[in-house]
Design a protein around this ligand. Structure first.
Ligand code: ADP
Length: 310
């Protein structure tokens, strides 16, 4: 006599103390008199399949979010431009008004406030612009772009998250870096991953010094590439974690927080741009991620004007 099998999940730790999800199917075999004779248990390790499912879900959620970000950015830009224009016009009116109509003190006070409104809307527009670059669909052709510009955009995008976590960010961007070939938004994704990982590490194990992330971009001494260092003064990377950092699905964060994909995706993005990425612990305290990208090849333009003139 057979009854429908029962299925359930169990979580086990493997020899490396990694959590594995096992799907167990239990099938009982009964004797004529109804007593159970055997119970057959079949366990299948479903860890990778579940993780792939999460990745797929994340990818589609991110794609939707990207599309939404583009259209929201467009919608917000319009009112922002109107606010800025109104603040500037009002300020002009105030400044040009007869002294008898607007007292000097009020003129000075409103002048400062309106300027502040204009500056803040300008800042919001910059963030929106960065967001649009970040959300752009990645199927377009790789184009040369400036690394310092992309890093400034990435820093703008994480500014608020870092402020809320009381983490400081310092940018040291050498404008002589030259251009690299790829997609600025993908490079921003790499930097955002590194910065947010640094934030997480510093929040998880707070040290004595104020948490600080340093982003330093500079040309390679031989001029063949651009180097970007993202350093933190957090707890550093435990030696047993270091060799597995860039492995897909490797995470030390609790379930629901870490996917273990940030660094493997970053690795792939840098590799596709012809670069390399590595991680090490700093002498004092903290971690340093370094990636190097080749300079974009200079495209020769042929000047035909002399031939045409003949
Ligand atoms: P996730 O952030 O989802 O865990 P990642 O691939 O981005 O996935 O990171 C993998 C692991 O690398 C993290 O769980 C963490 O243990 C470690 N890590 C990454 N950046 C740092 C850092 N700056 N300091 C210490 N550990 C880090």
């Amino acid at each position: 006599m057979a009854r429908a099998p029962v299925e359930f999940d169990v979580t086990l730790n493997d020899t490396r103390q990694e959590k594995r999800i096992i799907r167990v199917t239990a099938q009982a075999d009964y004797a004529e008199d109804g007593r159970m004779r055997h119970l057959v248990l079949l366990g299948v390790d479903e860890t990778m399949r579940r993780a792939a499912e999460v990745r797929l879900f994340d990818a589609s959620r991110l794609a939707t979010l990207g599309e939404m970000a583009s259209s929201i950015a467009h919608e917000i830009n319009q009112p922002l431009a109107v606010i800025r224009l109104a603040a500037e016009t009002l300020n002009e009116e105030f400044q040009l008004a007869e002294p008898g109509v607007v007292p000097a003190e009020l003129r000075e006070f409103t002048g400062r406030k309106l300027e502040r409104i204009a500056n803040q809307t300008e800042r919001a527009s910059t963030i929106i612009r960065d967001l649009r670059i970040f959300a752009r669909k990645p199927d377009d052709q790789p184009t040369p772009f400036s690394v310092p510009d992309a890093l400034r955009g990435a820093a703008d995008l994480v500014h608020e998250q870092l402020r809320l976590a009381s983490v400081a960010i310092e940018l040291r961007l050498d404008e002589a870096c030259g251009q690299v070939l790829g997609h600025a938004n993908r490079l921003q994704q790499v930097v955002i991953n590194l910065v947010l990982n640094a934030r997480d590490a510093m929040l998880e194990k707070p040290g004595d010094a104020p948490p600080t992330i340093r982003v330093h971009a500079y040309p390679k001494p031989d001029g063949s590439g651009v180097v970007v260092d993202v350093e933190d003064n957090g707890p550093g990377i435990p030696p047993k974690v270091l060799p597995r950092l860039f492995e897909p699905f490797f995470t030390t964060k609790p379930g629901g927080k870490g996917t273990g994909l940030g660094l493997s995706i970053s690795y792939e993005i840098v590799r596709q741009m012809g670069g390399t990425i590595s991680a090490e612990n700093l002498e004092g305290k903290g971690a340093r991620f370094r990636f190097t990208l080749p300079i974009a090849p200079v495209v020769a333009t042929v000047d035909n004007s002399a031939i045409a003139a003949e």
